[in-house]
Design a protein around this ligand. Structure first.
Ligand SMILES: Nc1ncnc2c1ncn2[C@@H]1O[C@H](COP(=O)(O)OP(=O)(O)O)[C@@H](O)[C@H]1O
Ligand SMILES: [Mg+2]
Length: 457
């Protein structure tokens, strides 16, 4: 059951790893410690044997006895190749069989060791070659070794359960802490499912990565909320924009049909209707453009073109309107300035900006268009001496359907989508667009385009 939960699994795995580490560590310590102890015993036996077998010592039991005092009264024998004991010190009654195999091996020149048990006590025994036919045998109790090793084993055995316990507890607490955030995320998801879009995760000190995850989640909820709201607003705006020309069309037609009229009046009605239809067409065209742009199915058709020619051809379309409305167009271009981009889209972008300049500039004003090369970029500015934009509204004018004065914009044939489209076109060319404006003084749009850019859609 417990393994079904993440917490259970985590505690199990972490404790298993900790146990394994403790066991490996214990085995390592145990083996190197006991090896070192055993080597110390062997070394002391060898030392005694070396002295005991030097010169006459091997044949003179008295000298040997002196020597063996150094060796803590340990057992000591001299044995022939055939296994006959010639000299013995501290000989006891207990059987102490001679290991013929070890005698033979020792006589080949290498000291041999063995461990023997007598009356449940362990002894370390050394066979040490004296000459071609004699071996010296020495014995040392392993008691202190056995005690130390047993002590070590006990230490490991007793410390293992508390260590395992600590690892279990720490694992449990740590997993709980991690799951705390998961629980909170679950709760948040639950609340959001119920439509509580203003709920967010409260982030505590979970550690950098976890906090980052929480932050991303919060931002994600923010984004979804924002895009849902903007979607709602957009739908409402679109319906509104479509509704007003349709209402006006319907009203016109109904009035026209109320009674028989002379042909001139019908013509008048049709002319009015045409302007509403044009408005609707423009709106749907713009909406279509934005939706294709957003769905990334609008590809840039790039080519090299002369900036001055492009701007001149855009201005051409406004000359007549400027004359009628009493506006001056001032042009200040840098010659031989080339750009790589989609000329049709860029013409549309500049046309939108210039159109705005003309719409929002009273009679007698002027529109100035400038182009300049600045290092790797081309800067094109469009400034007017018009009504300006209040500072707090500037950040919003690139939003779809945002208009400072909706009625005025509509009267002037605007859909409120022009700048949104322009913004998208400039961004698609990796460019930037910025605005500075003073109310009643004028507005300046500055577009910065890199001369050569990778296609960004
Ligand atoms: N040159 C300008 N002078 C004053 N206001 C401007 C200017 N250009 C844009 N605006 C404001 O920004 C809004 C959005 O512009 P735009 O998207 O082109 O919509 P539209 O031209 O259809 O009204 C306009 O309604 C207007 O309020
Ligand atoms: Mg416009």
């Amino acid at each position: 059951m417990i393994f079904k939960t993440f917490r259970g699994r985590f505690v199990f795995v972490s404790s298993a790893v900790v146990s394994l580490l403790i066991i490996v560590f214990a085995i390592f310590i145990y083996s190197s410690y006991s090896k070192a102890l055993m080597e110390a015993i062997d070394r002391s036996l060898l030392l005694v044997a070396k002295k005991g077998s030097a010169g006459e010592a091997a044949s003179d039991p008295n000298i040997s006895v002196e020597l063996l005092k150094i060796a803590n009264n340990e057992f000591y024998q001299v044995i022939t190749r055939q296994g006959k004991v010639t000299i013995a010190y501290l000989e006891s009654n207990y059987p102490w069989p001679v290991n013929r195999k070890l005698i033979d091996s020792a006589l080949k020149g290498l000291p041999q060791f063995e461990t023997m048990t007598y009356k449940s006590e362990n002894y370390r025994i050394l066979y040490y070659p004296v000459d071609a036919d004699t071996v010296l045998r020495a014995r040392k109790s392993q008691e202190s070794f056995d005690r130390a090793v047993t002590e070590l084993k006990r230490l490991f055995l007793f410390s293992f359960p508390p260590l395992l316990m600590i690892s279990l507890i720490l694992g449990w607490v740590f997993a709980g802490k991690m799951l705390d955030l998961v629980r909170k995320m679950k709760l948040l998801a639950e609340q959001i499912r119920q439509g509580k879009w203003d709920k967010r995760l409260a982030l505590e000190s979970y550690g950098k990565e976890i906090n980052e995850l929480g932050l991303i989640l919060n931002e994600m909820v923010d984004n979804i909320k924002r895009s849902m709201e903007s979607q709602k607003r957009f739908t409402a705006d679109v319906s509104h924009e479509i509704r007003s020309p349709l209402t006006s069309l319907r009203g016109n037609i109904e009035v026209a049909l109320r009674k028989k009229r002379p042909p001139e009046e019908y013509e008048e009605v049709l002319r009015n209707n045409l302007s509403d239809v044009i408005r609707l067409t423009r709106l749907t065209d713009n909406l279509l453009f934005l939706s294709r742009a957003e769905n990334k199915i609008l590809a840039l058709r790039r080519q090299w073109f002369d900036v001055k020619h492009m701007l001149e051809s855009v201005i051409e379309g406004f000359r007549e309107k400027a004359m009628v409305e009493g506006l001056a167009i001032i042009e200040d271009y840098q010659n031989e300035l080339e750009l790589n981009g989609d000329i049709e889209l860029l013409e549309q972008a500049f046309s939108n900006i210039i159109d705005n300049g003309m719409k929002y500039t009273p009679r007698g004003g002027s529109i100035t268009i400038k182009s300049r090369e600045e290092g790797e970029v081309v800067k094109i500015s469009v400034s007017d001496t018009g009504i300006g934009i209040p500072e707090d509204q500037i950040p919003h004018i690139f939003e779809r359907f945002y208009r400072v004065d909706r009625e005025q914009s509509r009267r002037l044939g605007g859909t409120g989508l022009g700048l949104a489209i322009t913004h998208w076109i400039i961004r698609a060319h990796n460019g930037e667009i910025s605005v500075t404006s003073t109310v009643d003084k004028g507005t300046e749009f500055t577009i910065t385009l890199p001369k050569l850019t990778e296609i960004s859609i």
